[in-house]
Design a protein around this ligand. Structure first.
Ligand code: ZN
Ligand code: ZN
Length: 181
């Protein structure tokens, strides 16, 4: 299985590089894929945020022709109408997902920068959305990457892996090494 990472309004190259490294354990090949997308229709001026579903739709409509999954990475603050914010969104059993690092930066909450923490949070949220693409639903296990997180504390509580139950479901998905190592 291949993964195409699509940076969209994403300027943190060291984070992109390290995240690609960590995700490469799970995929045969990872490509960084740039596609021109008009994000303005996704902008909500009252909320000053971007509607994640609309960004996903724009990227899908741009009809990128690569094989495998697409993970859009952005620094834009994302929302869906019923929630104040989302860390990401994915098509269930589809090929497209999006993760925002906006609220994964420690600077969003405190004055301190912590690149390693941001990398781990980004990795967890990326694998979480990829899990939805591969057919996984939310998991009740608090340590599982498929546990749903409403805030960064809950992301930090999660481990870096799919739990046994979730990795068993992933065995036939084409992703590599889904089990904890
Ligand atoms: Zn989820
Ligand atoms: Zn699980």
């Amino acid at each position: 299985m291949n993964l195409n990472i699509v940076p969209l309004k994403f300027s943190n190259d060291p984070l992109l590089r390290k995240l690609t490294d960590k995700l490469s354990l799970y995929f045969d090949e990872i490509k960084i894929f740039y596609t021109p997308v008009n994000i303005e229709p996704a902008y909500n001026s009252a909320r000053r945020q971007y509607h994640s579903t609309k960004i996903l739709e724009s990227v899908i409509k741009s009809n990128p022709g690569e094989s495998g999954l697409y993970l859009i990475l952005t620094e834009l603050d994302l929302f869906v109408p019923v929630l104040t914010h989302v860390f990401g969104e994915a098509q269930l059993k589809g090929r497209f997902s999006i993760v925002s690092v906006c609220r994964l930066y420690e600077e969003f909450y405190t004055a301190e920068s912590n690149p390693k923490l941001v990398l781990n949070r980004s990795f967890k949220e990326a694998l979480h959305e990829i899990g939805h693409n591969l057919g996984l639903y939310h998991c009740r296990n608090w340590e599982c990457i498929m546990h749903s997180s409403n805030n960064v504390e809950e992301i930090d509580t999660k481990g870096l892996f799919y739990c046994k139950e979730c990795s068993d479901i992933l065995k036939s998905s084409g992703i590599k090494h889904p089990a904890a190592t």
